[in-house]
Design a protein around this ligand. Structure first.
Ligand SMILES: [Zn+2]
Length: 214
């Protein structure tokens, strides 16, 4: 309850000064899809691609309610690769890049779930492309917001070598929302109210980035 109240208070407090212009476009990229399900929940067997999509859709709704245009790279469980492509991973990544280019995006947020051999690993981690000043600023803003609102979140954003970060000059981040190899986090990541809270905190980080870069 406290968290819900504090989120509402937070939004009420910052909303008047940071309402973005309607022309802002955010690409939300749900990782994986189709035959590539990504990581798998150790206890429930839930697929990462399914959760990535659930988080992406929730984040989209929040962004739109604050006047942003949103482009999803995928809005269903189908893969983005061409069915006839020999190299499906390459085909899929090319498609993501084309969607980002065509969107006229201000920024890109790619959503993933993590996994690690040890079940103790937990917490949300935000990545940005090495050398991207704006990507780093966005990543730090989102990581700070997650750290303050989501339990176990990491404190510091990290450099990550991911195609979706390297394929664009726009500020781009990849958010590993939590670990499907950690049973507690696996359960939380499937909880709708947790997804909602997580996406609000992620969005607060995006708003702060816009506010500092106006
Ligand atoms: Zn992934």
């Amino acid at each position: 309850m406290f968290v819900v109240v504090s989120v509402v208070v937070y939004f009420t407090a910052i909303r008047p000064t940071v309402m973005p212009k309607a022309e802002h476009v955010i690409v939300i990229d749900a990782g994986h899809g189709g035959k590539d399900g990504g990581a798998v929940g150790k206890t429930s067997g839930v697929s990462e691609s399914e959760l990535n999509l659930a988080f992406s859709k929730k984040l989209k709704k929040i962004c739109q309610s604050f006047g942003f245009d949103v482009v999803l790279t995928r809005s269903d469980m189908e893969g983005l690769y061409s069915p006839t492509a020999d190299n499906k991973k390459k085909s899929e990544m090319e498609k993501r890049r084309k969607i980002i280019e065509k969107s006229g995006a201000d920024l890109v947020v790619s959503i993933h779930m993590n996994s690690f051999p040890s079940s103790a690993a937990c917490g949300a981690q935000v990545y940005y492309a090495d050398g991207s000043v704006s990507g780093q600023a966005l990543a730090e803003s989102v990581q700070n917001s997650l750290y303050s609102g989501i339990e176990n979140s990491k404190k510091t954003a990290k450099v990550g070598d991911f195609y979706v970060l390297n394929c664009t000059d726009k500020p781009s981040i990849l958010v590993e929302c939590g670990f499907l190899s950690n049973p507690e986090e696996e359960a939380l990541l499937q909880d709708e109210s947790y997804q909602e809270k997580f996406c609000y905190n992620l969005f607060c980080g995006i708003l702060q980035f816009y506010n500092f870069n106006k």
